[in-house]
Design a protein around this ligand. Sequence first.
Ligand code: AMP
Length: 333
Amino acid sequence: MALPAELKEYGAQFLKQYRAFYRAVKRYDRICVFRHIKPDFDAQGTQMGMVQFLRDNFPNKEIHYVGDNHVSFTPRLFPVTETLNEDWFKSGDFLAIIVDVGDHERIADPRYKYAKYKVKIDHHPCKKEIAPRCSILDTESSAASELVADVLLKWKGMRMSPEAARWLYIGIVGDSGRFMFSSTSPHTFAVAQELLKTGFNMRETYLAMYEKSIDSLRSQAYVLSNFHLTPHGVAYYLLPKPVQDELKITSEQGKENVNMFSNIAGINVWCSITEDCDPKDYCWRISIRSKKVDISGIANKWGGGGHAQASGARIDSLDDLDAFLKDLDDLFA
Ligand code: AMP
């Protein structure tokens, strides 16, 4: 099937890496796909899309996926991740495909380090290269899934099944904010179109991604009744541990209502700020979203990172809250 111009024209700078990746997949019979901790739609969609595509097209290879499970969507949307014992990795005789993560510390399973060959496909800014021999990185891409789909759709004679396409579509919809963030490009739509052509059920997919429980309405009500607004339009809500307990949510679920503040006139940036009482790493986890202005620099400054309109950060205690909010507020002063 002929690919649209947006796909044909994209990726000339990665030709060498695209080929190296293809050769590596052919060469290794044992492959494991890794992604970032605390996964979101893109991390898991990219990982599962890659796994499904490889299993469909290389049925004789052993293909695995590892990492922590999604806090709300496992097993409703994403399958429980695999548990592989140390022996599987120790020989190093496998290909590690690392997707949607740019920092070593954020890879959800450290055993990628054993791999004789590593490939990384990602859209996060990268501080220290994870796969120096084969890294496909485009920070302009709306989603890692968009990039992975571009790579895989170009493999001649291989089939993109509706199942693989659906996973990648989930990643794109998740990280492009349903095609609304400024990172969404003609290439994003062209990739989405090719994926949709495989015939998976888009309506069912959206329901699986966005359907909420009646219980979750209580959290929404709490957030709407308790949010704050800085002088220049930074909206935020705090979810201390006792409140999470009362609402029966985990700290990771605290960010699930952050997008209630998108599309509100007068709100430029919005954040969820959730207490995480992990005894090994106590902090307040922050999810930051922005209407227009790039907030990734502030996220970097506050122990995190991410993208222009969706980033993550942290503060170690509420003593830092005012300084953090001031940094965001100053973007609009
Ligand atoms: P979150 O608010 O956790 O949903 O994160 C929003 C986006 O920022 C996602 O694409 C994350 O992968 C990215 N992100 C979150 N935390 C970090 C971090 N510490 N370093 C780099 N990227 C991050």
